[in-house]
Design a protein around this ligand. Structure first.
Ligand code: FES
Length: 168
C-alpha cells in the first residue's frame, strides 16, 4: 500500500510531549510494545494520525513502513479520522437474513453517510462488521459500547438522536 495515500491533511495537532511520556513511561520506549502503543494513540485521537506514527517511528526506531504494516493488518486500527460515535452494523449471515441490509440503508439515509465513512459533522462513523457474537439478537447494531438487538429501522432515529450533538 502506498503510504502517501494514508496521509490525512486535516490531521489534529499532536501533543508530542504527551506522546513522549506515553511511550517512555507506560511502554518503556520498547518497540515490542508497538501494538499497545498504537492502541493508546488511537484511544487518544480516535484514529492513528500520520504525524504521530512518523514520530513514533523515530522514537522507538521502527521503520514507518512496519508501523503501517501493523496498523493496516489489524482491523481495529484506523488510519482515517473517525467520528465521535462509531456505529457498527453487523452484516453477518444471521443478521443479514433478519434484515440488516434494510437497517444499514436506513442509517445511511438518516445520517447521509455511506458505509465506511464519517458524517460531515464528525459525529458518526458507520462501519459494517461480520459478526459481533450475539447472532440470536439480529439484526444487531453497536454504537460505541452499546449493543442494540432486534433493531427495527423505525427505532433508529430515536436511537441515533441519543448520540447526536448533545448525546453520546
Ligand atoms: S451475525 Fe450478526 S451478531 Fe452474529
Amino acid at each position: 500500500m502506498n503510504e502517501t495515500n494514508l496521509i490525512n491533511d486535516s490531521a489534529p495537532a499532536i501533543d508530542y510531549l504527551a506522546l513522549d511520556q506515553l511511550v517512555e513511561e507506560r511502554f518503556n520506549n520498547d518497540k515490542e510494545n508497538l501494538i499497545m502503543i498504537l492502541q493508546a494513540i488511537q484511544a487518544e485521537y480516535n484514529y492513528l494520525p500520520r504525524p504521530a506514527l512518523a514520530y513514533l517511528s523515530e522514537k522507538i526506531e521502527i521503520p514507518l513502513s512496519r508501523i503501517y504494516g501493523v496498523a493496516t493488518f489489524y482491523s481495529t486500527f484506523s488510519l482515517e479520522p473517525r467520528g465521535k460515535n462509531i456505529i457498527s452494523i453487523c452484516l453477518g449471515t444471521a443478521c443479514h437474513v433478519r434484515g440488516a441490509g434494510r437497517v444499514l440503508e436506513r442509517i445511511e439515509d438518516t445520517l447521509h453517510v455511506e458505509n465506511g465513512k464519517t458524517t460531515d459533522d464528525g459525529q458518526f462513523t458507520l462501519e459494517s462488521v461480520r459478526c459481533i457474537g450475539c447472532c440470536s439478537l439480529g439484526p444487531v447494531v453497536k454504537i460505541n459500547e452499546d449493543v442494540y438487538g432486534r433493531i427495527a429501522s423505525e427505532d433508529l432515529t430515536q436511537i441515533l438522536d441519543h448520540y447526536g450533538e448533545s448525546g453520546g
